[in-house]
Design a protein around this ligand. Structure first.
Ligand SMILES: Cc1cc2nc3c(=O)[nH]c(=O)nc-3n(C[C@H](O)[C@H](O)[C@H](O)COP(=O)(O)OP(=O)(O)OC[C@H]3O[C@@H](n4cnc5c(N)ncnc54)[C@H](O)[C@@H]3O)c2cc1C
Length: 421
């Protein structure tokens, strides 16, 4: 038995539900530090945050990864426990009080779906376990200055050189590239065919010559995303996912995973990006729930939040039934983007003057923003990241309402002949 298998929870597809619950409780008792457990009992997630720093959590996390509990439904050889979705729900319910958020969400939600759908077994065994343990952090090199919504027009080139590819181009908006080890990359391998047919999907080691990451500061004052310049970066052909020229199809597994993550319907533990939920609004409203206007605003977002949860349940049920989610993930994405912005604006309104003026501990502008203001500013990106609301509405118009497709006069033209800005 290797040290790794020794640390994995001894449950599998045939373990009885009560045994699973018992095994998880025993694991929590043995491995979740006592201070975190006591805080969970005392005051839930907020109390845990007070006794557990981000760096402590990151240092502890690989053990969580080795237990298989991070991704219980995944096969054992890829870092999971190979249990059924119903068992995974029991596990989730046992772990929820301890607020064990999943790290490496772009690895789990963006890289992994592409590897599962189109990778080789060798690639999955090499890359999935370190993703689960957060030992290799991932980001997504898709968008470019001239290719965002129209991603398929991307211009970064990959040229074959023996067993390797040489990559040159510029990416932008790359979330967490400055903290990442690896990236999923889309690059053009054939400029002489229509845009969607000449793209290939690669896995790129960011710690190599020819990769330069330049951080960008966003409206909230923090660095979350970056420009990434690729200048002769080398990628072994063994790190190509799917066939040459078939990268658009592979990318769709990543993009669907991203829409589910951003809409909160994914399994990566991301509920919302920016701020917190309706329960926090109730705390902020305090005694003002007797005010008819405040009550009306709270009830509106509360009802919409429930509808969002039900839509997300539909997406999860589709996934669990082994089908790819259809337009539901675009519905969830459009709804969640606007809804979270309304929730965070209401939170800032409820702060009153404190939402408009505060002491700035210069030079730490980002650190001095009230939590609600920071959430409100971050939520502005919710209708852009992971595909804009307008573009997702196009998808819904065409695929749900059956409206005519947007005309594209260059549809069959070779990529190199299409005019670009
Ligand atoms: C916070 C954040 C994080 C991000 N992280 C990443 C990341 O990690 N990796 C990555 O690759 N990308 C990332 N992105 C990029 C994101 O995917 C793009 O910003 C998005 O796809 C939009 O592209 P664009 O910014 O080029 O806007 P454009 O495509 O130039 O769009 C500009 C405007 O035109 C509208 N528009 C464009 N085309 C149409 C159309 N056909 N019909 C109607 N309206 C249209 C858009 O809705 C938008 O309002 C991130 C973005 C943000 C904001």
């Amino acid at each position: 038995m290797t040290p790794e298998t020794a640390e994995r929870l001894a449950v599998g597809p045939d373990t009885r539900p009560d045994e699973v619950v018992g095994a998880v409780r025993a694991w929590v008792g043995e491995h979740v530090p006592e201070a975190w457990r006591q805080a969970a009992e005392r005051g839930g997630a907020a109390a845990i945050r007070q006794v557990r720093s981000r760096s402590e959590y990151e240092a502890w996390y690989p053990m969580f990864g080795r237990s298989g509990l991070v991704v219980p439904t995944w096969p054992v050889e890829y870092g999971g426990l190979d249990v059924a979705p119903a068992t995974a729900r029991l596990i989730d319910a046992e772990l929820r009080p301890f607020n064990l958020g999943r790290l490496n969400p772009l690895g789990l939600n963006l890289a992994a779906p592409a590897l599962f759908a189109h990778g080789t077994d060798t690639q999955r065994r090499r890359f999935l376990p370190p993703i689960v343990r957060n030992e290799e952090v991932w980001c997504q090199l898709f968008s470019e200055p001239g290719a965002g919504s129209d991603l398929a027009s991307l211009a970064t080139r990959a040229e074959r050189d023996g067993d390797e590819w040489v990559v040159t181009g510029q990416k932008v908006w790359t979330t967490w590239a400055h903290l990442s080890d690896w990236a999923v990359l889309l690059a053009r391998t054939d400029p002489d065919v229509p845009k969607r047919r000449g793209i290939t999907y690669f896995l790129v080691d960011l710690h190599q010559p020819g990769v330069e990451v330049r951080p960008l500061r966003h409206i909230g004052g923090e660095v979350d995303f970056n420009e990434v310049f690729l200048d002769g970066a080398r990628v072994p052909d063994a790190q190509r996912v799917g066939d040459i020229g078939d990268g658009w199809r592979v990318a769709n597994a990543t993009l669907s995973g991203e829409r589910q993550m951003v809409s909160g319907s994914g399994s990566g533990g991301v509920d919302r990006i920016g701020g917190s939920g309706v329960r926090h609004l109730l705390e902020l409203a305090g005694g003002r729930t007797g005010d008819a206007l405040v009550r009306h605003q709270l009830m509106t977002v509360y009802s919409e939040e429930r509808i969002r949860e039900w839509t997300n349940q539909r997406v999860r049920a589709t996934l669990k039934a082994g089908r790819a989610p259809g337009p539901e993930s675009s519905i969830g994405k459009v709804h969640q983007g606007g809804l979270n912005q309304r929730i965070q604006l209401l939170a800032t309104d409820l702060l009153g003057l404190a939402g408009q003026a505060w002491e700035t501990a210069a030079p730490d502008y980002a650190g001095s923003l009230p939590f609600e203001v920071r959430g409100m500013l971050r939520s502005r990106a919710n209708t852009i990241e992971g595909g804009t609301t307008e573009v997702n509405k196009n998808i819904l118009g065409e695929r749900v309402l059956g409206l005519p497709r947007e005309p594209d006069p260059w549809q069959d033209a070779a990529w190199r002949d299409v005019p670009r800005s």
